[in-house]
Design a protein around this ligand. Structure first.
Ligand code: FMN
Length: 502
């Protein structure tokens, strides 16, 4: 029963509670962290934390000394104190890491992740949502990507333990997630189909998460089922999810190819233009009439971060907009100050004349989804920096699951060392131009790995085409802006006043 029934008062009030004109897009890894989501909630809009790699994010923040004690404070509220204590014992370094020491490496997640990884992910997700919601400033969502499949179930359960209000999920077809949320609300086991390359003999591999097994001592209470918003690129996929999902879909974010982060590939065979970027055509335009006919609220994303575009979205029947790029470079974002400042200096001061443009890279992401790359010196966007990095795979979120001849599965990533990938049956040509997003995106937020030879994992930034308009938030005489400036700028003009809740 995917469509929201007006008679279902609980659902109606839940939607009234979370529905805002602006959704701050989930931005991984850790760009939309709890601080940004809080700032957005405080300004009356929907703040969204990223759940991608969240266990590692928490573990690394603890190894850096947990400045301000925020994680430790959140851990005190985790409903299973023994597990919270174990995580502190394993990762917390009061003085931070000794000079030159890298972060502790954990086992990589997979279809049957180690118990320690499942717990780390649940607790990491709990902590991030808890901190964003602390003090009850407003509803908070969590963003996960369907393709980053190994951590999704524990990430969702942890977020629900912290009372997350909305789950937003894209980069794939999250058909089984709504049902998973229903089951988790009753602390029941969830088992969903894993995405596997090739044909597996026997039973199709599943991803399982049983709260009773992972947290046998946790007092089980009913958890509130969050609203579920699917992030898609077409009305066709929205209609499919509305009809075929395993539970209720409460909203859609319709994201176009100008958005930051991963983009949906163009429909039909992939064609590249002279710049080497995917060519989008009429076939990729959204059928708004079909979308409205679903009678499920929707938001538009991809270059919508302005008052005019909010109005345009509303005229098309949308509840509002989802905005990423404009928030990614504000003071509260998780990006390091050094990267934020460099981007503002380059893009806000001379947006037309800086000679650079955002590149929609068909290869960079091991997921095969095009990934928007922001060219910046010292990052993996530069061939010389890319060439210096020795390939390795030690976080493994984006590893593909491949059917093995013996009936089992193997894990591989086209960005891992080429010889390993080929040994696992991959084609050498599929490794060209691939970038280790797992390590690079950790570096973006100041949690990049330091190698034994003192090599520091380089960053790789993403942003949407909207970066050209960054100057509107950074007036002359200022070199930074806040999330509330973005919101005031978008809502101020479109409401005819500066009220935050128009
Ligand atoms: C730095 C950055 C990281 C992003 N990471 C994610 C992500 O992890 N998951 C996701 O669903 N969308 C991600 N996005 C997309 C945003 O959530 C949002 O939909 C998009 O940025 C909207 O378009 P805009 O960039 O033109 O504002 C990211 C965008 C940016 C700029």
């Amino acid at each position: 029963m995917p469509r929201m029934q007006a008679s279902d008062t609980a659902d109606v009030s839940r939607m009234t509670e979370v529905s805002r004109p602006i959704i701050q897009g989930g931005m991984g890894i850790g760009v939309s962290d709890w601080r940004l989501a809080r700032a957005v909630a405080e300004a009356g809009q929907l703040g969204v934390v990223s759940g991608t790699g969240i266990g590692t994010v928490m573990a690394r923040r603890l190894q850096d000394g947990d400045e301000g004690g925020h994680i430790r404070r959140a851990l005190e509220s985790f409903p299973d104190p023994q597990i919270a204590r174990k995580i502190l014992e394993d990762f917390f370094l009061p003085e931070g890491r000794p000079e030159g020491r890298g972060y502790r490496l954990n086992p990589m997640p997979n279809l049957a992740s180690a118990m320690s990884i499942l717990r780390l992910t649940v607790v990491g997700s709990f902590v991030e949502v808890f901190l964003a919601k602390e003090g009850g400033l407003g509803p908070i969502g969590i963003n996960l990507m369907e393709k980053v499949q190994f951590s999704n179930l524990p990430g969702l359960y942890g977020a629900m333990l912290a009372g997350v209000d909305v789950v937003l999920m894209g980069a794939g077809i999250p058909r089984e997630i709504p049902g998973a949320l229903d089951a988790f609300s009753e602390n029941k086991e969830v088992s969903i189909k894993a995405a596997v390359i090739g044909e597996v003999k026997g039973t199709a591999p599943q991803m399982r998460f049983d709260p009773n097994l992972v947290f046998p001592d946790l007092p089980k209470r009913m958890l509130r089922r969050p609203a579920f918003f699917a992030i898609v690129a077409s009305a066709t996929l929205a209609a499919h999810l509305a009809r075929k999902s395993t539970g209720r879909v409460d909203g859609f974010v319709i994201e176009g190819p100008t958005a930051g982060g991963h983009n949906a590939p163009p429909r039909g065979p992939l064609r590249l233009g002279v710049t080497g970027e995917p060519i989008y055509s009429e076939r990729d335009s959204v059928d708004y009439a079909a979308l409205r006919a679903l009678e499920i609220p929707f938001w538009l994303a991809g270059g919508y971060g302005s008052a005019e575009k909010l109005q345009e979205a509303r005229a098309l029947g949308a509840q509002g907009i989802q905005v990423g790029t404009a928030f990614a470079f504000c003071e509260e974002s998780g990006l390091t100050a050094r990267l934020r400042n460099a981007v503002i200096a380059q893009w806000a001061r001379k947006p037309e004349g800086n000679g650079a443009s955002i590149f929609t890279d068909p290869l960079a992401s091991p997921t095969d989804f095009p990934f928007k790359v922001l060219p910046l010196e010292g990052t993996l966007s530069q061939p010389e920096v890319y060439g210096l990095r020795e390939r390795r795979c030690d976080l493994g979120y984006l590893r593909q699951v491949v059917a093995a001849p013996d009936g089992g599965v193997i894990y591989r990533c086209p960005a891992e060392p080429v010889a390993d990938y080929v040994r696992k049956g991959g084609k050498v040509e599929d490794t060209a131009g691939r970038k280790c997003l797992c390590n690079a995106l950790m570096a973006n937020i100041g949690l990049g790995q330091q190698r034994e030879d003192s090599f520091l994992e380089p960053a790789l930034l993403t942003a949407g085409d909207d970066l050209r308009a960054l100057a509107r938030f950074v007036p002359e005489g200022r070199d930074s802006y806040r999330a509330s400036d973005v919101i005031a700028m978008i809502l101020g003009a479109s409401c005819g006043n500066t009220s935050m809740k128009c």
